[in-house]
Design a protein around this ligand. Structure first.
Ligand SMILES: Cc1cc2nc3c(=O)[nH]c(=O)nc-3n(C[C@H](O)[C@H](O)[C@H](O)COP(=O)(O)O)c2cc1C
Length: 224
């Protein structure tokens, strides 16, 4: 590492290197790695320091498979509805390669999207106290900390919300994991070793998303 490499460089690198990983090798993650990930979650900010998050570490293969089946089934239903209502066709309107488009539609509606969590050695189920106002924001802060620590550890993770926003699937998850009524299943973070290096998903340029003093005047005139 060059001497001039600073904490700022390291922080930016972790932020820029993070990406959603959905394919994992069969290698386990260590207790030390898991402790660092959970400690990062614990240090997140929360409204009024409410810390409404709770976490269930799921390593058991049978439970992982059940989670994967719930998540996969839900995504299959949702994407099928998107296909039937033509929304999927609109979303992929710019993709000209018909074969690629067909493959994408088949994959999305197959019920296999999100099922990958069955293959992640660890699934962190993020749960929150329903009576805390800022719950979605608080847990999102904790989850981003998890994702960044995962990246710093050269591991990979994906934030999966799909089975937690479908009311029936959330109930299935709560039953499976004995989550009490006053708690909400927020998201599942699948963590493991990536099978390969992934290209970054594109991001909007700063010049398109930042204004100066009021809405509409671009802060950046050129691409930053
Ligand atoms: C709130 C939230 C919910 C997400 N839910 C899912 C999900 O249910 N399934 C999934 O495969 N990816 C999910 N993702 C991952 C996004 O698809 C991903 O972050 C996005 O495509 C950008 O790619 P990147 O994370 O590799 O930069 C979610 C991400 C966020 C922030």
């Amino acid at each position: 590492m060059p001497e001039s490499y600073t904490l700022v460089d390291a922080t930016l690198k972790v932020i820029q290197d993070r990406r959603s990983i959905r394919e994992f090798t069969s290698d386990d993650i260590t207790e030390n790695e898991l402790n660092l990930i959970l400690e990062s979650a614990r240090q997140a900010p929360s409204g009024e320091n409410a810390q409404p998050w709770r976490f269930i570490v799921v390593k058991d293969e049978i439970t992982r498979k059940k989670l994967g089946a719930i998540a996969g089934g839900g995504s299959g239903r949702r994407f099928t509805a998107e296909f039937v209502t033509q929304k999927m066709q609109e979303r992929f309107a710019n993709l000209e390669d018909e074969a690629k488009k067909k493959a994408a539609f088949e994959k999305l509606t197959s019920g296999q999207v999100s099922a990958f969590m069955a293959d992640a050695p660890v699934n962190l189920v993020v749960i929150g106290k329903k009576d805390v106002w800022d719950l979605p924001f608080d847990t999102s802060a904790a989850i981003e900390n998890i994702l960044l620590m995962v990246t710093a550890l050269n591991l990979g993770a994906c934030w999966v919300i799909a089975p937690c926003i479908d009311i029936r699937d959330e109930e299935r998850i709560k039953d499976l994991l004995s989550i009490p009524e006053n708690m909400k299943a927020i998201s599942i973070i699948s963590i493991g070793h990536p099978t390969r290096v992934h290209r970054p998903r594109p991001r909007l340029p700063l010049k398109d998303i930042v204004f100066t003093e009021k809405w509409g005047d671009n802060y950046y005139k050129e691409e930053a």
